[in-house]
Design a protein around this ligand. Sequence first.
Ligand SMILES: [Cu+2]
Length: 279
Amino acid sequence: MFLRKLGIGAALAALMAFVAAFAAHPAIAQPKEWGLGFQPPASPVMDQIQSFHNLLLWIIIATCLFVLALLVWIVIRYRASANPVPSKVHHNTLLEVAWTLIPVIILVFIAVPSFRLLYFQETLPTPDVQIKAVGKQWFWSYEYPGSAAGFTFDSLMLSDEDAAKAGKPRLLGVDNPIYVPVNKVIEVETTAADVIHSFALPQMGVKMDGVPGRLNKTWFKATRTGVFYGQCSELCGSRHAFMPIELHVVTDAEYAAWLAKSKAEFAAIDNGATRVASK
Ligand SMILES: [Cu+2]
């Protein structure tokens, strides 16, 4: 009895430690060991993706439990020893209508929030900032277009030693991160120079293929400041796993400072010449 109590106590303590670990890091911006579920969302789209995921999870759990219960019931109730003479009955109109209609109703119930989310993701609001991400084997090039601040730069993964020195996570930290202002609509144009890549930032709910010769568009609005990591999510060759994305979400003032610094550092090679500058 005492041991049992101790076991429950230990389990409770472990659970509380687990919850506390989560609570202590409400804005973990990268994958972590023993992580379960999504990283904490940081954009309205990801918020909705997560609630839709949670809704689906309950539907899936209920469906699995129902099917499991049916299986267990049939295996026990109709086993050979308990039911030596099997029934030869087949076709039951009511049952057949039910097992067709009920799944249809479940699917329609899922379709409504699913389409609503799809429209929300696919309808681009008027952007405050535009970024172009060009996938290359195996790094990202970014363009910040516009006649006032047009510039472009490459962003490569840091080596293990450099990442450790910079205090960045291994395989995720890059030499030149991208910066965006918080609470602003960021439009991301994606394309690629060689093979298909995919620009993915889990906490922003962004995953968009970069296809050579094509320009895809997606958007996000970061709801809090911080550093967020993503990775190329389309198998693009031997170093596919080593072209991470490092995003810094900062305040307007910090963004303006970074923009001025980067313009000087990376030189204005775009300068509005390759595209119509936004007014
Ligand atoms: Cu890639």
